[in-house]
Design a protein around this ligand. Structure first.
Ligand code: GLP
Length: 244
């Protein structure tokens, strides 16, 4: 769907999430959300906070799994995704802290592989992801699955692409301060979500959006693997959809 602007689009995505949370709650079931960071989902989170405050939307039945985290990264750092999620969502709603999962950027290197396997198990134990929110990087990454990530990839440690580190430079006051690695759910992990909503805004994303939607499926643009998923929505503003 292409919307006139990202505010309108974000409100529609938030309404869809709220609807899912309420439907699952009415069934007495948890709602498992896969959450993303970056500038793309911020207005969705702001709208969810508004729905919590003004319309009584409860997050008591929500279980969340974030896609990724820089590595290494202390949770208290300005740039950590823990801090991001608290600032935009978790500190403002009634989600249970024990239901929140974000890859831990402090795990010692020798424990990373086991930690990533455990993250996957936790998703399975929660019943799998009902709805996965995604942004897209200019390299075609989803989560931090950079070019070269295949459709069977699982949660793991990856090396960030140069383009991604350039794009993150302003957050870190210089590219030299951007971590070289990250923990991310794999493409395979993401594809197991029952519903996927990918958002992209602005002209800077138009070229990669075109490759994702119209290009051949290839690990040089990992987002193209979404073409094989049965329930994906690509939510764009006019600028991001301009090349379609
Ligand atoms: C980071 C995140 C991705 C996100 C991407 C796009 O790399 N790890 O999950 O999709 O940035 O960011 P933005 O939404 O700010 O354009």
């Amino acid at each position: 769907s292409i919307y006139a602007d990202s505010d309108e689009a974000s409100a529609a995505v938030a309404a869809q999430i709220a609807n899912l949370i309420r439907t699952r709650a009415a069934e007495g079931k948890p709602c498992v959300l896969g959450l993303a960071t970056g500038s793309s989902p911020t207005r969705v989170y702001e709208e969810l906070v508004r729905l919590h405050r003004e319309e009584g939307l409860s997050f008591q039945n929500v279980v969340s799994f974030n896609l990724d985290e820089y590595y290494p990264m202390a949770p208290g750092s300005l740039q950590s995704y823990v801090r991001f999620m608290r600032e935009y969502l978790f500190d403002h709603v009634d989600i249970r802290p024990e239901n929140v999962h974000i890859p831990d950027g402090t795990v010692p290197p020798e424990q990373v592989a086991a930690y990533c396997r455990r993250y996957e198990e936790q998703i399975k134990e929660a019943g799998g992801i009902d709805l996965q929110l995604l942004g897209i990087g200019r390299t075609g990454h989803i989560g931090f699955n950079e070019p070269g990530s295949g459709p069977a990839s699982r949660t793991r440690i990856i090396t960030l692409d140069h383009v991604t580190r350039t794009d993150a430079a302003s957050d870190f006051y210089g590219e030299e301060n951007v971590p070289r690695r990250a923990l991310t759910m794999g493409v395979g992990t993401i594809l197991e979500a029952r519903r996927i909503v990918l958002m992209a805004w602005g002209e800077g994303k138009a070229a990669v959006v075109k490759r994702m939607v119209e290009g051949d499926v290839t690990d040089s643009v990992p987002a193209t693997y979404l073409q094989s998923h049965p329930d994906v929505q690509v939510v764009l503003d006019e600028a991001a959809g301009a090349e379609l």
